[in-house]
Design a protein around this ligand. Structure first.
Ligand code: C2O
Length: 531
C-alpha cells in the first residue's frame, strides 16, 4: 500500500461557458477539479487550503468521520486562509467515486472523480479495458449559484434551473459559443473502453447514452455489479456508474449525450449536453449523430433499469446482505410549505423526513458526539411517522404539522438496520435520490404506491441486491434498504438534490461505539477546523 498525497488549493477563477465568463470556485483552478487516483489499501492525504468556505466529501470513511466532510455534520467549515488535511485509508471499495464540496451549493463547481484501482493482482471481474475515461456529468448556471440559492431560500422559491448540462465541465456544441467547450474522446476500432460516469449535477437525475453503442454496466458506487447491457443508463446525483463500451461500430463520430429524467411536470428540458466519441482517423468534419435517450418522463425505463442492477455476488465479492433485522425504520419523505410565523405566510417551501425538517447545527455533530457536548442535537428522531396516512393518495396540501429540529437517530453498534423510504404526495410526488454517508447499503426492495409491511417484505431480494450509497426512491413509491451499522460515528443521510437538502430533507444517524478495541470513533486530527 502506498501513501498518496494531494494538494487542493481552493481558488476563485474566471471560467467562460455559453458565451459568458464568470468567477467560480475551483480546486487548483480547474473545472472540474483533479481526479484522485488510488489503489485499494492506500492511505490518502489531501491537504485542502481554502479561499472560500469549503468542505470535502468522497469515500466511505471507516471510524473516521473526521475525513467525511459535510459541514456542521462531521466538521466545521475550513475558514478562509486555513488548511485541513483529509487523511484516510481506502478500504473495501473499488471502482469510481467522487469528491465534492459539502456546504450549501458549492459543489456546483467544486467536484472531481476518485478512481480506486483494485489491490495489485486482483483483476477486474470484466474484460480488461484498453483504456478508461472519467465522464463527470454536471450543470452550468449563468448566475452565481451561491447567490441564487440564498435568494431561493429567502424567497421560499426554487432557484432557477441551470442553463445547461455539462460533460467534464463542457456543455458541447449544441449550445452557443460551445464548439470549443466540447469534450471529445478518441477510440480505436476493436478496442474496449471503461467509462467511469459520475452524476455531479445539483438537482437533476440524468440519462446518458452513446449513439450507436451499447454499454455494459459493471459497477455502481464503487461496488461491482452483475454485468448487463443497455442502450442508456440512469444516474442520480451522487451516484457513479462504470460501463464497458466496445468500439465496434463503423468508424465515425458519435455523440454521447445526457439529459434529465423528471417524471413530474417540469418546463421543457433544453439542457442536453453532448460530448464526442471519435474513432481514430475520422476527420472532424464528419457530423456526429445523436443517441436515442429515453423520454424525460420515462418512468418505465427508470424502474426496469433499477431492476437490472444486482450485486456481482461472487466468492471474491460476496453480497453480505443482512438476513435478519434488529431495527426497522420507516421514513416518509415530504415536501411542504412552512407554516412558521416568519415564513412568508406559508409560501416558503420545506421538506421533511417523518414530518421533521432538519435544522443544521452550529457545531459539528461528530464533535458534539465525540466530546459529549450537550444541547447540540437530540437523539429522538422517530422510527416511524407520527401517524400513518395514505402516503401516495390524492395530493395532500396540508403539511401535516411539519416540525423543525436537529434530531438524530441512535443506532446500536453492529445492529442490522432496515430503512423503508416512502415518498409521499405532500405537495407533490417526486423521485428523491437518497445518500447515506459512512456506509454502503443493499437495496432489497422497491415499489410504487404505499409500502405494505404485510406483503412487500416477502418479495425482498436478500441474495444479490445491488449495494450502493445513493438510491433513487421512485416517484410516488418506496425503497427498502438494509445495512449493518458497523461504522461508529455520526453519519449524514440526505436527498442528493441540493434544492431538497436545503429545504431540510436530511437527518443523521449516531452509530454508537462498539465494545472492541477497534470499534470506536478515532480521535479527531489536530488540524480539525473549529466552528
Ligand atoms: Cu455526495 Cu452528503 O454527499
Amino acid at each position: 500500500a502506498a501513501i498518496k498525497k494531494y494538494q487542493f488549493d481552493i481558488q476563485v477563477k474566471n471560467v467562460s461557458r455559453l458565451c459568458h465568463a464568470k468567477p467560480i470556485v475551483t480546486v487548483n483552478g480547474g473545472f472540474p477539479g483533479p481526479t484522485i487516483y488510488v489503489r485499494e489499501g492506500d492511505r490518502v492525504l489531501i491537504n485542502v487550503t481554502n479561499h472560500a468556505q469549503y468542505n470535502m466529501h468522497g469515500l466511505k470513511q471507516y471510524r473516521n468521520g473526521w475525513a467525511d466532510g459535510p459541514a456542521y455534520i462531521t466538521q466545521c467549515p475550513i475558514k478562509t486562509g486555513s488548511s485541513y488535511t483529509y487523511d484516510f485509508n481506502v478500504t473495501g471499495q473499488r471502482g469510481t467515486l467522487w469528491w465534492h464540496a459539502h456546504i450549501h451549493w458549492l459543489r456546483a463547481t467544486v467536484y472531481g472523480a476518485i478512481v480506486i484501482m483494485p489491490k495489485p493482482g486482483t483483476p477486474f471481474p470484466f474484460p480488461q479495458p484498453n483504456r478508461e475515461e472519467v465522464l463527470l456529468l454536471g450543470e452550468w448556471w449563468h448566475s452565481d449559484v451561491e447567490a441564487l440559492v440564498k435568494q431561493g431560500n429567502k424567497m421560499g422559491l426554487p432557484p432557477n434551473m441551470s442553463d445547461a448540462h455539462t460533460i467534464n465541465g463542457k456543455p458541447g456544441p449544441l449550445f452557443p459559443c460551445s464548439e470549443k467547450h466540447t469534450f471529445a474522446m478518441e477510440v480505436e476500432s476493436g478496442k474496449t473502453y471503461l467509462l467511469r460516469i459520475i452524476n455531479a449535477a445539483l438537482n437533476d437525475e440524468l440519462f446518458f447514452a452513446i449513439a450507436g453503442h451499447n454499454m455494459t454496466v459493471v459497477e455502481v458506487d464503487a461496488v461491482y455489479t452483475k454485468p448487463f447491457t443497455t442502450q442508456a443508463i440512469l444516474i442520480a446525483p451522487g451516484q457513479t456508474t462504470n460501463v464497458v463500451v466496445q468500439a465496434n461500430q463503423a468508424p465515425g463520430r458519435y455523440f454521447m449525450a445526457t439529459r434529465s429524467f423528471m417524471d413530474v411536470p417540469i418546463p421543457v428540458d433544453n439542457k442536453t449536453a453532448t460530448a464526442i466519441l471519435q474513432y481514430k482517423g475520422v476527420p472532424n468534419s464528419v457530423l456526429p449523430s445523436l443517441p436515442q435517450l429515453p423520454a424525460p418522463n420515462d418512468t418505465d425505463f427508470s424502474l426496469s433499469y433499477a431492476g437490472n442492477l444486482k450485486s456481482l455476488n461472487t466468492p471474491l465479492f460476496p453480497a453480505k446482505v443482512p438476513q435478519n433485522v434488529d431495527r426497522k425504520l420507516f421514513y416518509t419523505i415530504g415536501l411542504g410549505k412552512d407554516s412558521c410565523p416568519t415564513c412568508l405566510n406559508g409560501t416558503k417551501l420545506l421538506a421533511s423526513l417523518n414530518n421533521i425538517s432538519f435544522v443544521m447545527p452550529e457545531t459539528a455533530l461528530l464533535q458534539a458526539h465525540y466530546f459529549n457536548l450537550k444541547g447540540v442535537f437530540k437523539t429522538d428522531f422517530p422510527d416511524k411517522p407520527p401517524k400513518p396516512f395514505n402516503y401516495t393518495g390524492a395530493p395532500l396540501t396540508a403539511n401535516l404539522g411539519t416540525s423543525h429540529g436537529t434530531r438524530l437517530s441512535k443506532i446500536a453498534f453492529n445492529s442490522t438496520v432496515e430503512l423503508v423510504l416512502q415518498d409521499t404526495n405532500l405537495l407533490t410526488v417526486e423521485s428523491h435520490p437518497f445518500h447515506l454517508h459512512g456506509y454502503n447499503f443493499f437495496v432489497v426492495g422497491t415499489g410504487i404506491g404505499n409500502f405494505d409491511p404485510a406483503k412487500d417484505p416477502a418479495k425482498f431480494n436478500l441474495v444479490d441486491p445491488v449495494e450502493r450509497n445513493t438510491v433513487g426512491v421512485p416517484t410516488g413509491g418506496w425503497t427498502a434498504i438494509r445495512f449493518r451499522a458497523d461504522n461508529p460515528g455520526v453519519w449524514f443521510m440526505h436527498c442528493h438534490l441540493e434544492l431538497h437538502t436545503g429545504w431540510g430533507l436530511k437527518m443523521a444517524f449516531v452509530v454508537e461505539d462498539g465494545p472492541g478495541p477497534d470499534q470506536s470513533v478515532l480521535p479527531p486530527p489536530k488540524d480539525l477546523p473549529q466552528c
